[in-house]
Design a protein around this ligand. Structure first.
Ligand code: IMP
Ligand code: MG
Length: 410
């Protein structure tokens, strides 16, 4: 069975934790998009790990993980990450594989990425990891794939600096090379988890362009980026937080107002530790945007939602979420493509009663306070999508599963 875990907001929804949780019943984990711009935090036995390129399944000692064709691989950052795993006693040798169709990030791409954003009239706020440049080189048909690294004539086309950079990594990268399409076919009767990066609203096509990343963070990215046909994606899970965050520039219709809602913003940011894993930047925070979430559900065929960070609201008297946009005095319920329209949005908010209890002590969804379940069930009816998993803390144990995506009875 093939299960996709994608972000349903602007990234940082808690995909890493959910992939780690679901990986227990998967044989393989395949990351299908992005690169070292991503930051996935996972807490296991009180220990925190930050992963950027390695799929979050790596923390399960028996699992093999694949870096898919839709990813862009930064060799320097990759080997640093692998070293971090070794330093923490995690044996990764022999269970990390890279698609031979994945593209390679060269150091000059990182600089080009930053320079280009700095020169923009309206900068995107890139993480500066060379991601955008690598994907544009790929589209221009000038990129270097892992499969090209032992094509001597192609490597000879590169500048000396780039050749010198690649040389110490070449053998080690080639040792991890795999034909992912063949592997995915070979494993077609196994449980495979496909891990996305960033989120639906940062997807190059369906996101808030141009304020997006450059990879396919949408559900269909799992097909193209991992070498499996679209009809073989059995279930698509969309992960979202109980509120909204965004890092970098671009429209965020439900962002807290800096002057009137700064206290609420600080509370969410500090309680939810909303600081970028990759760049350390404070994340922009806001009300849960149900207009954007429903759009993400529709364009990605999300079968079930995974709600994370619900515990951040544990102490609040009242919670609000956005159920429509007011733009120039008109009520809008479909997510607009126009950036000026998105920048004009006044969110229409619905109030919910707080539960004033730590949800981590509920031990199951059923035992959660009624007010918390009312919030969850409103989201389900608004989006027309069931909430299959609710996460109320960083640890694996703080996860209440209502629908098992692998089809097992709960
Ligand atoms: P880039 O992908 O580094 O070029 O960044 C493009 C935009 O996507 C910027 O606004 C970044 O902040 C945002 N972005 C990229 N990766 C992530 C992520 O993993 N989480 C949240 N935002 C991201
Ligand atoms: Mg992140």
């Amino acid at each position: 069975m093939n299960v996709v875990v994608m972000g349903a907001q602007w990234g940082d929804e808690g995909k890493g934790k959910i992939v780690d949780f679901l990986a227990e019943k998967a044989k393989y984990v395949v990351r299908y998009a992005g690169g070292a711009n991503a930051g996935h935090t996972i807490v296991v036995d009180g220990k925190k790990y930050a992963l950027h390129q390695i799929p979050s399944g790596i923390l399960h000692p028996q699992k093999s993980v694949f870096l898919g064709s839709g990813m862009v691989i930064d060799p320097e950052a990759l080997f640093k990450e692998l070293q971090m795993l070794s330093d923490n006693g995690i044996k990764w040798e022999g269970r990390v594989f890279i698609s031979d169709r994945a593209h390679i990030v060269l150091p000059c791409y990182r600089k080009m990425d930053k320079d280009r954003d700095a020169a923009r009239k309206r900068p995107i706020g890139t993480t500066g990891r060379g991601i955008g440049t690598t994907y544009s080189m790929k589209s221009e048909r000038d990129g270097i794939r892992l499969a090209d690294m032992d094509w001597d004539e192609r490597i000879a086309d590169l500048d000396k600096d780039d050749r010198d950079f690649l040389a110490p990594y070449t053998e080690r990268l080639l040792a991890m090379r795999v034909d992912i399409a063949a592997k995915m076919w070979e494993y077609r009767n196994e449980n495979i988890l496909f891990e996305g990066a960033q989120g639906a609203m940062l997807d190059l096509d369906s996101g808030t362009y141009p304020y997006v990343s450059s990879g396919a963070s949408c559900a269909s990215g799992a097909s193209s980026g991992a070498g499996v046909g679209p009809r073989r994606l059995d279930r698509i899970l969309g992960v979202f937080k109980a509120y909204q965050t965004r890092v970098g520039n671009g429209p965020m219709p439900t962002e807290f107002n800096a002057s009137t809602e700064s206290e609420l913003c600080e509370f969410i940011r500090n309680t939810g530790n909303e600081f970028g894993v990759t760049t350390g930047r404070p994340r922009r925070c806001g009300y849960l945007d149900l207009v954007a979430l429903r759009y993400a559900c529709h364009v990605n065929s999300i079968d079930s939602l995974v709600l994370t960070h619900l515990d951040i609201y544990d102490s609040m008297d009242e919670i609000e979420a956005c159920i429509a946009y007011e733009i120039d005095g008109k009520i809008v319920t479909d997510f607009p493509a126009s950036i000026p329209a998105l920048n004009k949005v006044k969110p229409v908010l619905q109030k919910f009663k707080g539960w004033k209890t730590p949800l981590s002590s509920s031990s199951s969804y059923k035992k959660m306070p009624k007010e918390a379940k009312d919030y969850v069930e409103f989201i389900e009816s608004f989006t027309g999508t069931p909430v299959g998993i609710v996460s109320v803390g960083a640890e694996r144990s703080a996860t209440y599963c209502r629908i098992d995506p692998w089809g097992n009875k709960i």
